[in-house]
Each structure stands twice: as C-alpha cells, then as structure tokens.
Ligand binder design. Structure first.
Ligand code: DSN
Length: 415
C-alpha cells in the first residue's frame, strides 16, 4: 500500500506504516475515535482536495463546481435523511469551529450561555474560561450531581431560572448516560433559551436508534463526523429552518473560507453507510459492548462514574485503586490498550494528571469485537494496572494483546 509515498517520501511512509501497525496490533479504547471505512478514506484522499468552492451549491465564488455541488448536495440530503432535520450545513471543518459558528450566528458577544463544566463531562467550547467560548460569552456552567455523577434536571432548571441564559448546551464528551432532551426543552421554553445539542460523541448511536434524538426538541445540533458516526474528521451543523440563514452565514463567510470538498465527499460516503440497515446493528453492538466491559470492570472492583454506562463510554474513577489517570494511561499504552486520562466530576487532581480514565467501544466494535471479547479486555486492564511497575509482566500482556488483535482486521489497513 501507498506505493507513491514509498517512492517519494520515505520518512512519512515509514511513520505511516508504523501507525498502521499500532492501529492493527493495539486495542483502541478512546471513545471519540473510530476506524473510517476504506471508502471514506478513498474519498478523503481524492482529487476533491484540489478544489476551492467558497459559497454554497449553486452560489459559488469559483468556477468548475459541477461535481463539487453534486457532492455537497448529496452530503446534505443524506444527513437530512439520517437525522430527520430541516437544514444541514456540512462545511464545518471540525467540532470546535461548528460550535463557534453557532454562537457567532445566533448570539451577541457577552450573551449568557449555559453548558456542562468541562471536568463534569462538557467540552472546551461549551464555556471553558480559557477558551474562546469562555472569553467571549458570559458562561454560567451547570454540574452533575455529586453523589450520583449524573445530571439532575432540577439542578439544571434552577441554574437556568437563576441566570436566564440565551443559549443552553447539552451533549457531552465524558457523560456515560442517556440525555433527557425533553427535560431540556421544558427548561429552554420556560426561560426562553435557544437549545443547542452537541451530539459529537453519540451521533452514531442516535443515527442507529440506540440513543434518543434531540431533533424534535432542539433548535440547533452540532456534531463531528468521525466518532460513533464513523466518517472523516470534520463536522456539520443541523438546525430548524428558522436558523438556517444565520447558521450558513456564520460558517461562510463568517468564520471559514473554502470548504474541504474531499472531506465533504467523505462525509457523504459515511452518511450513506450510516443509512444502511447494518449500521443499526453496529450502534446496538457498541452499547452492548460498553455495558459488558463496564460490568466486568465493576466485577473486578473498579468504580465507574455514575455506576455504569448507557452509551459507548465508560469513565473509571481510579481513586480507590490509588493509581492516577496518567500512570494508568501510560501503563495500558505499554500493553497496546489505548485509553485516555480524564478528569472525573469534582476531581481534586489537575487535568494533566487526573483521577479518571475514559474508555469507549466504537472502534473495537468496528473491528467486530463482541461481549466475550470485552471480558478479555477487562481482564487485561485489571492485570496491567495491578502490575503497572512490572515491565516484564506488561510485555507478556502486550504479546497476548497483539495475538488477539490478529483476529480482527482494521478497515482500510493491509499489513
Ligand atoms: N476531543 C474530543 C474527545 O475526545 O471527546 C472532543 O472534542
């Protein structure tokens, strides 16, 4: 594979081969990652990367758009069909610019926004003080409940009533439970707030019918396209018709220049894949795998934030194991299990060395792993963390993991 790269750029070729090895012989447990299909990668690497197309289909600032227009229209139509929304903008470069576009299009600087705190499971762009969102808007964050690690909608309502935000954000990066969209709608209606759902993590679960959809209740919905949705790196914004013009203007020319047409083509391919009946089975298996992994980890004595999972992700509170998140992540890296250290709600430790470890099942489910394989993964996690200072022991586990991975090919990689 990659014969041209091999000829012209040995350095990048070698690093790429090494990454293909890592992805093939390791177990990918970062909940925001996935393996895009070979078709999605072909579109990403296609000649559409050569084109400029500022504007929207039928209204561009450059010539030669007859194919790009078709690609973008297909991406939009497929996304509409997948999520049942009025309007879609598929040009956002990624999740953060998509969120920024919503604020830029629908708010004035200084308006009040309400999102879940980052260390409670929110996202940087939902109002972290040092991000553009925290510096540009008046942020009144909400939190999860201390005892349960879950959202308590009475607490959310209280915060909204107190501050009357112009925009309320729901949708998270480290929240393992079902989101009650309807309860947000009631709160939004009560205080007159615009509702924005950031479904980046769970878009594939919603498309696959295993998590409720915010579409009937929310005004604007952003999502990345590369997580559970299994497309290329990128994002899109969906909204009710009344916000369509403002959103489109905010994306272009408000924030962006030319869309990445190769990515748009790959988004269209991924949406086409997600419209196939087998995507529903995939989404259901992600959740079944996460539940099986969570149950086994709890059986082995791990504390999970919120006591388990309803979706694709698991947040382990390592406090009782007396091993910090950074050490745990590095230890698992040594045996080929890729995870990420993560804060837990009310974490006394700093974000770069927090008390938690975040795991997820989208990528391993793409490889065809099932519930029985989750038992093995839970056993490896437990054994590795119990022997985190024993390199020989960890090396033996690494070989076991490597052998196991040979049974599960990765889409688009031929070693
Ligand atoms: N970086 C993503 C995640 O890992 O959850 C969120 O943008």
């Amino acid at each position: 594979m990659h014969p041209n790269l091999q000829k012209t750029d040995k350095e990048i070729f070698n690093i790429l081969k090494s990454e293909e090895e890592r992805q093939t012989y390791g177990i990918e447990l970062i909940p925001s990652e996935n393996y895009a299909s070979a078709a999605v990668m072909e579109a990403t690497g296609s000649v559409f990367t050569n084109k400029y197309s500022e504007g929207y289909p039928g209204k561009r600032y450059y010539g030669g758009q007859e194919n790009v227009d078709k690609v973008e229209q297909l991406a939009v139509e497929r996304a509409k069909q997948l999520f049942g929304v009025d309007h879609v903008n598929v040009q956002s470069y990624s999740g953060s610019p998509a969120n920024m576009a919503v604020y830029f299009g629908l708010l004035e600087y200084g308006d009040t926004i309400m999102g879940l705190k980052l260390d409670h499971g929110g996202h940087i762009t939902h109002g972290l003080p040092i991000s553009f969102s925290g510096r540009t808007y008046n942020v009144v964050p909400y939190e999860v409940e201390k005892d349960t690690g879950r959202l308590n909608m009475d607490m959310v309502r209280e915060q909204a009533l107190k501050h009357k935000p112009k925009l309320i954000i729901a949708g998270y990066t480290a929240y393992p439970r079902i989101i009650d969209w309807k309860a947000f709608k009631e709160i939004g209606d009560h205080v007159g707030a615009i509702l924005m759902a950031d479904i980046a993590h769970i878009a594939g679960l919603i498309a696959g019918g295993v998590h409720p959809s915010p579409v009937p209740h929310f005004d604007v919905i952003t999502t990345t396209t590369h997580k559970t949705l299994r497309g290329p790196r990128g994002a899109m914004i969906m909204c009710k018709e009344q916000y369509a013009k403002d959103i489109d203007k905010a994306v272009f020319p408000g924030l962006q220049g030319g869309p990445h047409d190769n990515t748009t083509a790959a988004k269209a391919v991924a949406f086409g894949e997600a419209l196939q009946p087998e995507f529903k089975d995939y989404a259901a298996q992600i959740v079944n795998n996460a539940r099986a992994l969570a149950n086994k980890l709890m059986e082995y004595g791990f504390n999970l934030v919120s006591g388990g999972t309803d979706n694709h992700l698991i947040l382990i509170d390592l406090t009782s194991k007396q091993i910090p998140g950074k050490v745990a992540q590095e230890c698992l890296d040594k045996i080929g299990l890729t995870t990420n250290k993560n804060t837990i709600p009310f974490d006394p430790r700093p974000p770069f060395d927090p008390s938690g470890l975040r795991l997820g099942t989208p990528a391993i489910t793409t490889r065809g792993m099932k519930e029985q394989d989750m038992q093995k993964i839970a056993t490896w996690i437990t054994a590795a963390l119990e022997h985190y200072q024993d390199d020989e022991y960890l090396n033996n586990l690494k070989n076991e993991v490597r052998d196991f991975c040979k049974n599960f090919p990765v889409p688009g990689i031929k070693i």
